[in-house]
Design a protein around this ligand. Structure first.
Ligand code: CP
Length: 307
């Protein structure tokens, strides 16, 4: 693998340089061609999910097993001693004595950082509240490169809940390393957090805010959709959200570039109409499948595999 440097943990996408990202994407190409290998035989992954997940948990587990490793863990904290009042710090400290690497999803922002401080083995952030989801970003970048042949200089639209969407936060920060031009499409109450906007300004990234997809659809190479993260907002805030205008229907794509690709980290709820699935623009199910080679590349890197 050509990746030279990576912190022992993957807590934030900012742990990775542009060169690191390029190296991981290159390695993932090899795993996509040859998914079943035995390079992690004898290694054990601790899969610790304090929040629901379908793709992240199962693609990490699939990635590990396809590389000859094994998995223990939990997908519901109700079956752990967290219910007796044990802290996250102690849970991670103990878990790190049982496994070679921990994958953690937790509802609190900063949980992965705390886990990395507690753990004696590498920790991968599989989503900490509304903060970040770096391995999702790597698979998003892999998918963008797969569909467009490059990451450089693309025009990327992000539509939906940009305030609470952790996949958006990590993706925007990574794409700013590749001179991407951003179009943020959301209601005013769900705009990108101010701190990330400040970071974009500091890195001289070009970006603009929009209330309507129609204003920018003809400019986009990639449209990245997100659902409203209702689990992270009060019922009152939810009540005041516009019920239409941020739902993608085929008629909104009339002026799209022929080779536009639509991505979505999934799960979708009602923001992406199923009639889009049969259009040539839809690429979100292939995107979800790319979770396996990308996570194989990350596991191999952090566990010191032989590739
Ligand atoms: N994209 C994503 O994180 O999906 P899950 O919540 O199903 O893991």
């Amino acid at each position: 693998m050509s990746v030279k440097t990576l912190n022992r943990h993957l807590v934030s996408i900012r742990d990775l340089s542009r060169e690191d990202i390029v190296g991981i994407l290159d390695a993932a190409k090899g795993f996509k061609e040859t998914p079943n290998q035995t390079i992690l035989q004898g290694k054990l992954l601790g899969s610790c999910f304090f929040e629901p997940s379908t793709r992240t948990r199962l693609s990490f587990e699939s990635a590990m097993k396809r590389l000859g490793g094994d998995v223990i863990g939990f997908s519901d904290d109700k079956v752990t001693s967290f219910q007796k009042g044990e802290s996250l710090y102690d849970t991670m400290k103990v878990m790190s004595g049982y496994v070679d690497l921990i994958v953690l999803r937790h509802p609190l922002e900063g949980a992965a950082k705390l886990a990395a401080e507690a753990s004696d083995v590498p920790v991968i952030n599989a989503g900490d509240g509304a903060n970040e989801h770096p391995s999702q970003t790597l698979l998003d970048l892999f998918t963008i490169q797969e569909t467009r042949g490059t990451l450089l200089g693309l025009h990327l639209g992000l539509m939906g809940d940009l305030l609470n969407g952790r996949t958006v936060h990590s993706l925007v920060q990574a794409c700013s390393l590749f001179d991407v031009r951003f179009y943020f499409i959301s209601p005013p109450s769900l705009e990108l957090p101010a701190e990330i906007c400040r970071e974009l300004k500091r890195s001289s990234a070009l970006f603009s805010f929009h209330r309507s997809l129609e204003d920018v659809i003809d400019k986009l190479d990639i449209l990245y959709m997100t659902r409203v993260q209702r689990e992270r907002m009060s019922a009152q805030a939810d009540q005041h959200l516009p019920r239409s205008g941020y739902v993608l229907q085929p008629d909104l794509l009339q002026h799209a570039k022929e080779n536009l690709k639509i991505l979505h980290p999934l799960p979708r709820v009602d923001e992406l109409d199923r009639s889009i699935d049969s259009t040539p623009y839809a690429y979100y199910f292939q995107q979800a499948q790319n979770g396996i080679p990308i996570r194989q590349a990350v596991l191999d890197l952090l566990l010191g595999g032989m590739s």
